[in-house]
Design a protein. Structure first.
Length: 321
């Protein structure tokens, strides 16, 4: 599609749905354009179809959508880092499917999402709804050329009626592998965005690769990623996720990775996940959400005392009239 919508926040030309919810994008006034010679506007009652429209498409959101979302409350951005096929997208789907079943995440209930279309497109791969296509893992997240990752949205409501918008990055592993080697590489801009903007991190260790024929390369790649992240993470909550832990890496490989983790990110925790234990997928994400649910208190401003004479506290005399 070569023609573009006049609405700068609409990406119908990239294959997404109309940003204003029109079922047919050609019926949207932003797409057709308003003519200066058009007839005066007439007031009509909205139809049932029109009243159901929403100002978002349901696809993974980007920077233009964040500006409309964040003013309504506190937002938490979770950066999901790891190599290709490490299990990042599988963890996201596992959390979504269990939330639909009524499970809680970090003690909070599912309260909606503006990316239901994106969630459902991933979850469809795991469902028993097509006899000709058995359930499978979702396909590899495409690398593409985007400089910002797709963000999957969850609205959560806590026990004390606290509301949070959780934005979880869904980015290809190649971005992070490239960033770990060359931090300023042009094709690693998406990884840099995640590291600069995330409130917490999940770093994936692929136990299947770490215990197989590629264990040497997998260990090297993971240690490089941890070393690079250690230079940027600060005190933000970080969890190393031992994904696919039905496979068992050797003690030597585990210890080498833990040594790097403890040296580079000493405050980081660990979690074990497997699709054989769906609750473990919830637990891993809940760990970082619990740590970021309540924002840290601001540091008090301390004014240094340079002189201890009483006159140093004098602030001038105010005449009274």
């Amino acid at each position: 599609m070569s023609q573009q919508c006049s609405n700068p926040t609409c990406y119908i030309h990239e294959g997404e749905a109309c940003a204003l919810g029109e079922m047919q994008h050609t019926e949207c006034t932003s797409w057709a354009g308003e003519s200066a010679e058009s007839e005066p506007e007439t007031i009509t009652l909205p139809s049932a179809q029109a009243s159901a429209r929403v100002p978002w498409s349901g696809s993974a959101i980007g920077l233009a959508d964040i500006a409309h979302l964040t003013p309504r409350g506190r937002s938490i951005v979770v950066g999901v880092l790891g190599a290709h096929d490490a299990g990042k997208t599988t963890l996201l789907i596992g959390n979504y499917l269990q939330l639909l079943q009524g499970r809680t995440l970090a003690g909070a209930q599912f309260a909606g999402s503006r990316t239901l279309g994106a969630w459902e497109s991933l979850a469809a791969w795991t469902r028993f709804d097509d006899a000709a296509r058995p359930p499978s893992f979702p396909p590899h997240t495409p690398r593409g050329t985007s400089r910002v990752p797709g963000l999957l949205h969850l609205a959560l409501r806590g026990a004390n009626d606290e509301f949070r918008d959780v934005l979880i990055t869904d980015a290809p592993g190649e971005w992070f592998s490239r960033w770990a080697v060359t931090v300023d590489a042009p094709d690693a801009e998406g990884a840099r965005w995640v590291v600069n903007n995330a409130d917490a991190f999940l770093v994936f260790a692929d136990c299947q690769r770490l215990s197989g024929s590629e264990r040497g390369t997998a260990r090297k790649d993971l240690r490089e990623l941890l070393e690079r992240l250690g230079n940027h993470v600060g005190n933000r909550p970080t969890v190393l996720v031992w994904a696919k832990d039905e496979h068992e890496p050797s003690d030597g490989i585990r210890n080498a990775i833990r040594q790097t983790l403890n040296k580079q990110i000493p405050h980081a925790g660990e979690a074990n996940t497997s699709t054989n234990r769906p609750e473990s997928l919830l637990s891993a994400l809940a760990t970082v959400l619990a740590a970021t649910w309540t924002p840290a208190l601001a540091q008090p401003v301390v004014e240094p005392i340079h002189h201890h004479q009483p006159f140093a506290a004098y602030r001038g005399h105010h005449a009274h009239t």
